[in-house]
Design a protein around this ligand. Structure first.
Ligand code: B12
Length: 378
């Protein structure tokens, strides 16, 4: 059986544009127990797929995914882009998390990983399988085992000199490797720092290294399909897609390098556009702005829902006109969240629009939102 050359593989990974690569034995994830406890506690919330028995089984045993698997190549690609700081703190703008400012990383990473796997086949043979994000693998845990960083208290994989603003991808291979990487020493970890835990506006960290997805802004704004929890909405600030707070406050990210990947160059229209623009986006406008980005999967309906929450938090009369228009949106989800925002902004025009919407609204959930918004004003 041929052996994978670690140095040649890492050189090829660098040529393909990956910023770092590490190789570890394809053993069960070292933090599998923590994952099982997380599922048992229900902290995956609406991410039902995370708890599916077949998914749990694959995380336990990588050979279920690739029979004969021996090694795991883990790669990292930095995504940090530059953005005008004043946009990010402006409540009249809807903030997108930094990972979404460029093209969708799934496609960018997978293309490079497939190229790396094809090179490996030509060079050494073996069978391989490439994954980015969506595979049944605990990527951060294996990334740590492959020497790419340590799991921080915010649960992100952090490189001690490059921070956490990088994506992960993997190749599972049946090849043995001539030089496996070692995990980083414990000394590089968070120490007594708890900034990420304290800064989370929704208190999503019940303990260091544990994120309760049921409270995470990222989960609600990107993954959740329905109504956003009423108690959490005021805590979202101006985030409309994902959240970076637990990374922004992390001291290790002071040294995060800017991305060298051209596909991740930020598009100014997708960093923190004015909320009034986001509220007014129809499907065609949404596609024109977000096709080919991670936002496309979340879709126009959920982005409009999120923009309503941010507009309610902004609380400005400037948002009234687009919000009132959204009381007639085709989606009851959007109509309901527009009602919530108008209830928060208040005033005569908002009240009149809510009253008139109450006369024609037929959807039960949207009517509940309207009733609550009208009560809010009394
Ligand atoms: C589901 C998911 C989410 C969920 C849940 C997140 C979570 N923390 O579990 C939601 C939607 C909330 C989410 C949000 C984000 N995500 Co996400 N997500 C995933 C996904 C698909 C699975 C993660 C998972 O298995 N979670 C279950 C938990 C239990 O496992 P874990 O995250 O590995 O956590 C480990 C630690 O907690 C550790 N642990 C537990 N106790 C202890 C104790 C000690 C002492 C130690 C050392 C470790 C430790 O063990 C756990 C099990 O391995 C991965 C891709 C993948 N296949 O791995 C991407 C991934 C983790 N996400 C990623 C990103 C970029 C994000 C966001 C930054 C996006 C954004 N800006 O909004 C946020 C970050 C939020 C956060 N603080 O985690 C990247 C992270 C890259 C990195 N450098 O770490 C990944 C790896 C995708 C990728 N391919 O790049 N995500």
């Amino acid at each position: 059986m041929s052996t994978l050359s670690a140095s040649r593989l890492k050189a090829r990974a660098a040529e393909l544009g990956f910023d770092r690569a590490g190789i570890t034995r394809a053993e069960p994830s070292p933090t599998l127990d923590a994952y099982l406890r997380w599922i048992d506690a229900g902290m995956h919330g609406p991410l039902g797929y995370m708890a599916r028995p077949d998914r749990v089984e694959r995380r336990r045993d990588l050979s279920v995914i690739l029979p004969g698997v021996q090694s795991l190549v883990v790669v990292a690609l930095d995504y940090r882009g530059a953005a005008p700081a004043e946009w990010l703190t402006d409540p009249s703008r809807g903030r997108f998390s930094a990972y979404s400012w460029g093209s969708d990383y799934h496609g960018v990473m997978l293309e490079k990983l497939e190229a790396l796997a094809a090179w490996l086949t030509r060079e050494t043979g073996g069978a391989h399988r490439a994954y980015v994000d969506t595979g049944p693998i605990l990527e951060r845990s294996h990334g740590q085992a492959a020497g790419l960083g340590f799991v921080g208290k915010n649960t992100l994989l952090i490189h001690p000199r490059r921070g956490s603003l990088f994506f992960l991808g993997e190749i599972l291979t049946t090849l043995e490797c001539d030089a496996y990487d070692a995990p980083l020493p414990q000394a590089t970890m968070c120490g007594s720092c708890t900034r990420c835990l304290a800064a989370c506006p929704t208190n999503a960290f019940p303990a260091p290294h544990v994120l309760d997805a049921r409270r995470c802004i990222s989960m609600w704004t990107i993954e959740h399909k329905g109504t956003i929890d009423l108690a959490l909405r005021p805590l979202f600030g101006n985030w409309v897609f994902g959240c970076d707070i637990c990374q922004d406050v992390c001291p290790f990210n002071r040294f995060a390098p800017e991305t060298r990947e051209p596909a991740f160059t930020p598009n100014a229209a997708r960093i923190a556009p004015p909320l009034v623009e986001l509220l007014a986006l129809d499907e065609a406008g949404f596609q024109a702005r977000f096709a080919g980005t991670p936002v496309a999967r979340t879709g126009r309906e959920r982005l409009a829902r999120n923009a309503c929450v941010a507009a309610g938090n902004w609380g400005s009369g400037e948002a009234l006109r687009p919000l009132i228009a959204l009381l007639d949106d085709a989606s009851p989800l959007v109509r309901g969240h527009a009602a919530w925002a108008l209830g928060h902004i208040g005033g005569g025009a908002a009240r009149a629009a809510l009253d008139s919407a109450w006369q024609r609204e037929t959807d039960a959930a949207a009517r509940d939102e309207l009733a609550a918004a009208l009560d809010n004003r009394e």
